[in-house]
Design a protein around this ligand. Structure first.
Ligand code: DAH
Length: 347
C-alpha cells in the first residue's frame, strides 16, 4: 500500500498543479498546450502515470488504475470547461474587434466622367457617323504644303495672316486647322468621300476665348452634285442634336481660300429662341462654324475632276461649341481640369 499512499499525494500534487496553472491561462491555445502537458499519452504527466501501470504489482494495479483514471476524468472535465469558456471569450473579443457600425454613412465613391471636350467630340462623331461619315485622324505636325499651300493658301497669300502659325522649320509646322486632313484624304481616295477629321490644332493666340491649342472637327463630302443645300441639311441636323429640337441655321457669305463660295454658319439662339438676348447679343443668331463648297482648285490639286465632282466642307471649333453649350465665357476653364468646374459641366 506504500506505493498507493505515495500515489495519492502525487495525484493531489498534479491536481493542485492543474488548478493553479489553469488560472494563468489566457487563450484556448494555451489551454490546449497545458492540457497536452498532462494528458498526452506519451509525454503528459497523467499519460506517463497510465503508462507506469504495467510496473505496478498486479494486486495493486486495479486501485492504481482507478485513481489515475479518476484524475484523468477530472482533468479532462476541467480542461473542457475552461476551453469552452476561453473560446467564448475569444469569440466575443473577435466580434468586438470586427464590429461594424451599420448606421455610419457610407463612404461616397466618386466616379469620373469624360471631359466635356471629349463628350462633344464623341457626340459629333456619333451624329455625322449616322450620316455615313468616317473618321480620319491626321497628325499634329504638318507640312506647310498640307496646312496651307494645297488648301489654296500659297506663301504670301494674305489669308495666312488669319492664322498665326507655330513653325517648327520653314517646312514643318503645328497644324493650324484640321482642314489639312482634307488634302490627305482626297489625295488617297477617289469620290465618293465622306470624312470627319477631329484633332488638336495650334495657333499663337491667347485670350478669354482663344487658346494656343484647341480642337476642331473637319467635315468633307465629295461626290457628284454636292451643293450648299446638302451642307445646310447636315448642319441643321447637327445643331438640333447639340442645341435642341427647335434650332436652325443660317448661312452668311464669308471667305476661306479653300472654299468657294464660303459661308459663316450661325445657329438660331437656343437661349432666347431668336428673340434677342445677352448670349446672342440681341441678334437672335450665334456664329458657330465656317464652311463652304470646296474650291475647285483644291479638288484639282488632289487630282479630282472638278467638272464631274463637287464637295462641301466645314470646320467646327469644339471648344466654341462647348462654351456655348455650357455657358462658359473663358476657354481656359476647359483646360484647367478643375474638378469643381468639370463636375458642374457634367451635371
Ligand atoms: N479651317 C477653318 C479655320 O480653322 C475653318 C473652316 C472653314 C473649315 C471653312 C472648313 C471650311 O472646312 O470649309 O478657321
Amino acid at each position: 500500500m506504500q506505493e498507493l499512499n505515495g500515489l495519492s499525494e502525487k495525484l493531489d500534487a498534479i491536481k493542485q498543479e492543474i488548478l493553479t496553472g489553469m488560472e494563468t491561462l489566457d487563450s484556448s491555445k494555451a489551454v490546449y498546450e497545458f492540457k497536452k502537458s498532462f494528458l498526452d499519452s506519451k509525454t503528459g504527466k497523467i499519460g506517463q502515470l497510465m503508462k507506469g501501470m504495467k510496473d505496478i504489482p498486479p494486486q495493486e494495479r486495479a486501485n492504481y488504475g482507478k485513481s489515475v483514471n479518476a484524475l484523468k476524468e477530472w482533468a479532462l472535465a476541467q480542461f473542457e470547461e475552461l476551453d469552452v469558456k476561453m473560446k467564448e471569450k475569444e469569440l466575443l473579443a473577435r466580434y468586438e474587434s470586427e464590429k461594424v457600425d451599420i448606421t455610419m454613412p457610407a463612404e461616397k465613391v466618386e466616379s469620373g466622367n469624360l471631359h466635356p471636350i471629349t463628350l462633344i467630340r464623341n457626340q459629333l462623331i456619333d451624329i455625322f457617323g449616322a450620316m455615313g461619315f468616317e473618321v480620319f485622324e491626321g497628325t499634329e505636325i504638318e507640312t506647310d504644303y498640307y496646312n496651307f499651300t494645297a488648301l489654296n493658301t500659297p506663301q504670301d497669300h494674305p489669308a495666312r495672316d488669319m492664322q498665326d502659325t507655330f513653325y517648327l522649320t520653314p517646312e514643318f509646322l503645328l497644324r493650324t486647322q484640321t482642314s489639312a486632313g482634307q488634302i490627305h484624304v482626297m489625295e488617297k481616295s477617289a469620290p465618293p468621300i465622306k470624312i470627319l477629321s477631329p484633332g488638336k490644332v495650334f495657333r499663337s493666340d491667347d485670350d478669354a476665348t482663344h487658346s494656343p491649342m484647341f480642337s476642331q472637327m473637319e467635315g468633307l463630302v465629295v461626290d457628284e452634285g454636292i451643293t450648299l443645300c446638302d451642307l445646310k441639311g447636315m448642319l441643321d441636323v447637327l445643331v438640333q442634336k447639340i442645341f435642341g429640337e427647335g434650332t436652325t441655321t443660317r448661312l452668311r457669305p464669308s471667305y476661306f481660300p479653300f472654299t468657294e463660295p464660303s459661308v459663316e454658319v450661325d445657329v438660331s439662339c437656343f437661349a432666347c429662341g431668336g428673340e434677342g438676348c445677352k448670349l446672342c447679343k440681341g441678334t437672335g443668331w450665334i456664329e458657330v462654324l465656317g464652311a463652304g463648297i470646296v474650291n475647285k482648285k483644291v479638288l484639282e490639286v488632289c487630282g479630282i475632276d472638278s467638272e464631274k465632282y463637287s464637295g462641301l466642307a466645314f470646320g467646327i471649333g469644339i471648344e466654341r461649341l462647348a462654351m456655348l453649350k455650357y455657358g462658359i465665357n473663358n476657354i481656359k476653364l476647359l483646360f484647367e481640369s478643375d474638378v469643381r468646374v468639370l463636375k458642374q459641366l457634367n451635371d
